[in-house]
Write a protein that binds this ligand. Structure first.
Ligand code: ATR
Length: 267
């Protein structure tokens, strides 16, 4: 039986085992996916390499794992972190966050080219979203609490892709087609916080990366304004689906989403 795992520290609350095991069940595949707490990657590596066909990687190992990777896809070079590994004759590193963000957006906006997106945040998640949007041919603006970090991201993007993003000091939503919260604002337990105070026009499509709670204050604001929304479970499911594709399966996205929603509801 093939074995897969998500490694991180802490890892107890991960939704990935529920999502991937539901996928294997739906596909009728004999494979198992577990959450594994790994404190030290150097000590765990040989065991991981021997035991698993593939792993997902989360905090704090997403960058350190780069040194164990033989081959990496372009997204890894752009984002600078690995969240999916395939063990074969060689060890291949991927980053499925960029793909997850783009696929989630496409559920509401099938044609992304030339759309104007405003990304709130400039951390790891924002970085994956920004690169994904740029590769889709979108016009990207970034608004972050700490301007130095958004400036840094803009410089890095220009260096790596020779493309420009706008760093903006406020949310100008009349010039925005898609608005994304890529900060942790609104996440439990601070569920009454929102990354945006201004009102949202109804023609803007709004996405949140926060999935706990599923219905964030930010998405509530957007829905109250009549805007279409994409919740944080969508990006989570889509990045997981891409991991499965990398490992050679055809991901049953609906079953995966049902499993994630059920796991979230059970908390
Ligand atoms: P991740 O990898 O999940 O993106 P991160 O790299 O720590 O996590 O980034 C968190 C993002 O949320 C950052 O953009 C952070 O803004 P700063 O760069 O100013 O720290 C943003 N963020 C977190 N808490 C915030 C808050 N209370 N208000 C505004 N932005 C916040």
């Amino acid at each position: 039986m093939k074995r897969y795992a998500v490694i991180g520290n802490p890892i107890g609350h991960s939704l990935s085992p529920a999502m991937h095991n539901a996928a294997f069940k739906e596909l009728g595949v004999k494979a198992a996916y577990e959450a594994l707490e790994v404190e030290r990657l150097d000590r765990a590596w040989e065991h991981l390499r021997k035991t698993y066909s593939g792993i997902n990687v989360t905090i704090p190992h997403k960058v350190e794992i780069l040194k164990y990777i033989d081959e990496r896809e372009m997204a890894v070079d752009l984002i600078g972190a690995v969240n999916c590994v395939e063990f074969g004759d060689v060890v291949r590193g991927y980053n499925t966050d960029m793909y997850g963000a783009v696929e989630a957006l496409k559920t509401e906006v099938p044609k992304l080219r030339n759309k104007r997106v405003l990304v709130l945040g400039a951390g790891g998640a924002a970085r994956a979203i920004v690169y994904g949007c740029l590769l889709e041919g979108m016009k990207v603006s970034v608004l972050n609490r700490t301007v130095e970090k958004s400036d840094e991201l803009a410089m890095e993007v220009e260096e790596k892709l020779s493309k420009r993003i706008s760093v903006v000091p406020e949310a100008l939503l009349d010039k925005t087609d898609i608005l994304i919260n890529a900060t942790s604002v609104g996440m439990a337990p601070k569920v009454d916080a929102s990354p945006l105070t201004s009102s949202i026009p109804s023609n803007v499509v709004v996405m949140d990366i926060v999935y706990n709670p599923l219905e964030t204050k930010f998405l509530k604001q957007a829905r109250a304004a009549g805007a279409r929304t994409i919740d944080g479970a969508e990006m989570f499911v889509r990045q997981g689906a891409e991991s499965l594709r990398i490992w050679g399966y055809d991901p049953p996205v609906d079953a995966m989403r049902r499993a994630v929603l059920k796991a979230l509801g059970g908390r």
